[in-house]
Design a protein. Structure first.
Length: 175
């Protein structure tokens, strides 16, 4: 088994240009894991045990033997893409509110907000439609999610450092 302890760089770098390539396929849900095991396209048994947390982005080089590099390839998955106007601040707020309430991981690309479909497209779009987002601005596709960097918004505002008291999601009401 090949054990990988660090990300060496990106396949597009000049130093890797003339190497043969072998790939391991990784979904977005596994891209932030420090440890996992996969089989490469060429059949190599690969154990990933990163020394420090990282993001297994598309094209990340995990091994270089001088003639061949082992790279990460990100799996396409079903996503919802919401296209926002540059001037419609209210729609941007509504999208943020709807997705934030779900603690949905998001990828931002220009004017697009990309969210993985976790159940069905209809259920994923429902919170946006409930906040009056025009259905014409919502579409679905199969692409690698968060292929270049970790998603934003995932659990936003819900990390609790050890020195901060935890809060609860219940409210007290007057009798």
């Amino acid at each position: 088994m090949l054990i990988v302890g660090e990300i060496l760089g990106h396949a597009d770098e000049t130093r890797f240009r003339h190497r043969r390539r072998d790939r391991i396929w990784i979904a977005a849900a596994d891209a932030g894991r420090r440890r996992l095991r996969r089989t490469s396209e060429a059949g190599a048994d690969v154990g990933i045990d990163l020394q420090k947390p990282g993001w297994l982005s598309d094209g990340a080089v995990l091994d270089d033997d001088g003639t061949r590099i082992l790279t990460v390839a990100r799996l396409p998955e079903e996503v919802m893409i919401v296209t926002l106007s540059e001037t419609d601040i209210l729609a941007a707020f509504r999208v943020g509110h709807a997705l934030g309430n779900r603690h949905a991981p998001c990828e931002l690309r220009g004017r697009e907000v990309i969210v993985p479909v976790t159940e069905t497209p209809e259920l994923t779009a429902r919170p946006l439609l409930a906040h009056n987002i025009d259905p014409a601005h919502i579409r679905f596709a199969r692409i690698p999610f968060a292929a270049d960097a970790p998603p934003v918004c995932a659990g936003a505002g819900h990390d609790h450092p050890a020195d901060r008291p935890r809060h609860h999601h219940h409210h007290h009401h007057a009798e």
